[in-house]
Ligand binder design. Structure first.
Ligand code: ASP
Length: 283
């Protein structure tokens, strides 16, 4: 079920409802952006409003500065892959100088540069004061929600998978992602494996990721780790689909794979205490 009929059905079961504005926040139009710590104001006082930036692949891709007036939202894109032609600004002038993106407005001049751990910013005020600092991502202010998946094998050998998501920001109205589609984002079969996925749902649907992993185990001679690697690392990476999966197989083996820099994950078994990780490779 999807759409108004699904909403009505869930409400009749007593589900809590949120109004659309709960899901909307300043960065929603730019889902790849992270909200950085506010830019300090020289001489103290309240910091400049939140600065948003996207640093992908170690390169500054785009920046969005929320101006002081409510309507003064400024977007600067410098990544043609993301739909920007060039250093294009909506409200401000900007230019590239070597590694820097320089933005000028109302006598202020801000130079941004991608740096380890955030975005380096150097702000010069009309009075000639200079503030420098590293704008760090604020995980607490990132997108609300996100995707949560779980897979389990119980003592009787029954496998189960569950996934829940808010999908993507700026998604098309009516879009159904991979998460609720059995075989794409979620799948469990006692004969093989339980799978839950996160990532670019369109790719997980096209490649029937969860069912494909189970099929590789059932009809091929791959191990779970090999099947995950083939589907996530080889197949999805090749077409540009980012994401990962968590899996537990019929023997109780836990495997996790992703082709992104990290994925928040945790696991436990009757022999292993609970463990969690965000980056790196594991388990
Ligand atoms: N897979 C989800 C979707 O495409 C999003 C996510 O996992 O972040 O809707």
């Amino acid at each position: 079920m999807a759409g108004p009929a699904a909403d009505a059905h869930l409400l009749s079961l007593g589900a809590a409802e949120a109004t659309p504005d709960w899901f909307v926040h300043a960065g929603a139009a730019f889902p790849d952006l992270v909200l950085l710590a506010d830019l300090p104001r020289p001489g103290g006082g309240p910091p400049f409003a939140g600065a948003w930036a996207g640093v992908l692949g170690g390169r500054l891709n785009h920046a969005l500065i929320l101006g002081e007036e409510p309507e003064a939202v400024i977007a600067i894109g410098i990544n043609p892959d993301l739909g920007f032609e060039a250093a294009e600004t909506l409200r401000l002038r900007s230019r590239r100088l070597n590694d820097y993106l320089i933005v000028e407005t109302g006598g202020f001049r801000i130079a941004y540069r991608a740096a380890a751990g955030g975005l380096e910013a150097r702000l010069a005020t009309p009075a000639g004061e200079v503030v420098e600092g590293l704008l760090r991502p604020r995980p607490d202010l990132l997108r609300r929600g996100g995707t949560v998946g779980a897979v389990a094998r119980d003592r009787c050998g029954d496998l189960a998978a569950a996934s829940s998501t808010g999908g993507f920001g700026s998604k098309l109205s009516g879009r159904v992602g991979d998460t609720p589609l059995i075989g794409a984002g979620t799948y469990a079969d006692n004969r093989t494996v339980a799978i839950s996925t996160t990532g670019h749902g369109e790719y997980f649907i096209r490649h029937t990721v969860a069912a494909q992993i189970a099929g590789r185990l059932r009809f091929g001679d791959e191990t779970l780790a090999e099947a995950l690697r083939h589907v996530i690392v080889d197949e999805l990476s090749e077409v540009g689909g980012d994401g990962g999966v968590i899996a537990v197989d019929a023997s109780g083996r836990v495997e996790i794979a992703f082709n992104t820099d990290g994925m928040v994950r945790g696991w436990t078994t009757d022999r292993l205490p609970p463990q969690t990780m965000t980056g790196g490779h594991a388990p």
